[in-house]
Design a protein around this ligand. Structure first.
Ligand SMILES: [Zn+2]
Length: 422
């Protein structure tokens, strides 16, 4: 690809972003939350698309030279409309159609988006789909259109990357290489992070003047944020309380059922109210048994801990049979983009040995793992409190008889098997 083409595509996308920002200022958290990825090969017909995890896939040839509608007099307006259409996919959480019939769901979400955009005066490419083309009324929800289209028995059609016409809104529509899944793995954002972004935009939209398409964004506010499985603020508080002589020795796992919460408040700083000044090291088990799903759970848990406890930054490092690289200081927004390094076997003995050599002064170390690997017999000194966070996986087990165990599961059977007392 010519450098100038890419540069021009970036330039046009950035101009389009300014147009969107000016017209729909409330959209900025979602708009700037998109992670752009430019195709390296021209895939004819592919324009813009957004993945489940907020990666914006852009065909630079489409942006710069292949598409008369984008290169014409109103070209920048059309490009801005296209960009805003993708923002809507994320903002209106079209990812909830995963598990449904993807083709129908993508058309349904485009119908829901395009009619509200049209009403608000946005320009869209001429080919995008509107409800009346299917004899359907405007301004219904995605779910409504999905049900209506299902009953129509539409013929199969695939047009990956065809913006606004059933080809741009995720659900693994087989983007050209690298695939959507691969992109999400490398560049994508964690679901919690996307939900935070959505809520920020929706709140801004609610506060903005009525009469825009912002009304449609309200739907996100009625969604329940998924309740975190692990009440991290309690785990961390409890862990530190123990160091101050709160519990009997040997009773090292966290029990929420038996905890008297009133006793905790007042004696100990409530995390979230006051910035947490202690230092934390997060070790991600990067062995081969940790797949994409497990890796996502780990990243989500890291972000949840940071948000719930109030860590502004933490050290993060990966380890399999050895430590992989040096711990880096990370903020929550860095986490989804941290690629797992390693992918060998698992040996917590050598990983923890390697960590000790670094002489990091930390108050708490959290090891995220499926638990499948040997650990030192004794708790190593010099890593502060150690928490084993075992993610949901076929291998899950408690790796050691020391340290605090928390399990990423709601399944009672799993918790019983793991010996987790809550
Ligand atoms: Zn779309």
């Amino acid at each position: 690809m010519k450098k100038t083409l890419l540069r021009e595509a970036m330039d046009r996308i950035s101009k389009a972003r300014h147009i969107v920002q000016a017209r729909a200022p409330y959209s900025s958290p979602t708009l700037y939350g998109l992670v752009p990825h430019f195709l390296e090969e021209n895939k004819k017909g592919f324009s813009l698309a957004v993945t489940e995890k907020s990666v914006l896939i852009i065909n630079p040839w489409w942006v710069v030279e292949d598409e008369p509608e984008v290169q014409g007099k109103n070209g920048m307006e059309v490009l801005a409309g296209g960009l805003y259409h993708e923002v809507n996919h994320i903002q209106r959480d079209m990812s909830r159609f995963i598990g449904l019939k993807a083709e129908i769901a993508r058309i349904a979400s485009d119908l829901a988006i395009n009619c509200t955009m049209q009403r608000a005066g946005w320009q869209l490419p001429s080919w995008v789909l509107y409800p009346d083309q299917y004899g359907l009324p405007n301004f219904k929800t995605f779910e409504w259109y999905y049900q209506a289209l299902l009953r129509m028995n539409l013929p199969e059609q695939t047009s990956p990357g065809r913006l606004g016409a059933g080809g741009c809104g995720s659900a693994n529509f087989n983007a050209p290489s690298p695939t959507e899944k691969e992109l999400d793995q490398v560049l994508g954002r964690a679901p919690e992070e996307i939900q935070e972004i959505r809520i920020q935009s929706a709140l801004k939209a609610r506060a903005s003047s009525p009469g825009t398409d912002a009304g449609a964004w309200e739907e996100v506010l009625s969604f329940k944020k998924e309740k975190p499985i692990i009440p991290w603020e309690h785990v961390i508080k409890r862990t530190f309380q123990r160091s101050m002589g709160g519990t009997s020795p040997g009773d090292d796992d966290v029990s929420y059922a038996r905890q008297n919460r009133r006793n905790l408040i007042g004696n100990i700083i409530m995390p979230g109210q006051v910035a947490f000044e202690r230092k934390a090291l997060f070790i991600r088990d990067s062995s081969g048994s940790m797949g994409t799903e497990e890796g996502n759970q780990v990243n989500n848990q890291i972000i949840q801990i940071m948000h719930n406890v109030g860590f502004a930054a933490v050290y993060v490092v990966d380890g399999d049979v050895h430590l992989q690289g040096k711990p880096t200081l990370c903020q929550p927004r860095d986490i989804p983009r941290l690629q797992l390094k390693g992918r060998g076997g698992t040996d917590f003995r050598s990983v923890l040995d390697d960590v000790l050599k670094l002489k990091l002064k930390v108050d708490v170390t959290v090891i995220f793992t499926d638990g499948d690997g040997p650990a030192p017999r004794q708790k190593p000194k010099g890593l502060g409190h150690i928490i084993w966070c075992v993610v949901n996986s076929p291998y899950m087990r408690k790796p050691a008889n020391w340290g605090t165990l928390v399990v990423c599961s709601n399944d009672r059977e799993v918790l019983r098997r793991m010996g987790q007392p809550y």
